[in-house]
Design a protein around this ligand. Structure first.
Ligand code: THU
Length: 128
């Protein structure tokens, strides 16, 4: 199986989702080929919840100092898959090597279902 997908499937199992019971796994690849997994980490103060995609980004930045994402996978259970939320689209864009080329694969625990570019998912992103 695609190693990015298998990392997202594996890390999804670490999700802390006692409130929503909705487990999400993500994995990102940096421009050196390194892969980082993330899962959603919920909190009793719901707004403090961190999505799987942002957990993966924080791991990349903190662990290796890498700044350039080339590929993303988001894994949820079910037949149709789920695209990243708006905040995660913005955060992924901040660290994308090139939003027009960075692929975001939407998957379930079996396979990739759809693929977008980050630019497709967040055109006209906010920039300073
Ligand atoms: N969630 C993610 O991990 N990624 C997203 O892009 C959207 C939502 C999580 C947050 C929360 O733990 C659960 O899914 C339900 O919203």
């Amino acid at each position: 199986m695609n190693p990015l997908l298998s990392e997202a499937i594996k890390t999804r199992l670490q999700a802390h989702a006692p409130y929503s019971k909705f487990m999400v796994g993500a994995a990102i690849r940096d421009d050196q080929g390194q892969i980082y997994g993330g899962c959603n980490v919920e909190n009793a103060s719901y707004g403090a919840t961190i999505c799987a995609e942002r957990t993966a980004v924080v791991r990349m930045v903190g662990q290796s100092g890498a700044r350039k994402i080339t590929e993303v996978v988001v894994v949820t259970d079910g037949a149709s898959g789920h695209t990243p939320c708006g905040i995660c689209r913005q955060v992924l864009t901040e660290f994308s090597a090139d939003p027009k080329k960075t692929l975001v694969h939407i998957a379930n625990t079996q396979k990739i279902l759809k693929t977008f570019t980050l630019e497709d998912l967040l055109p006209e992103s906010f920039k300073l």
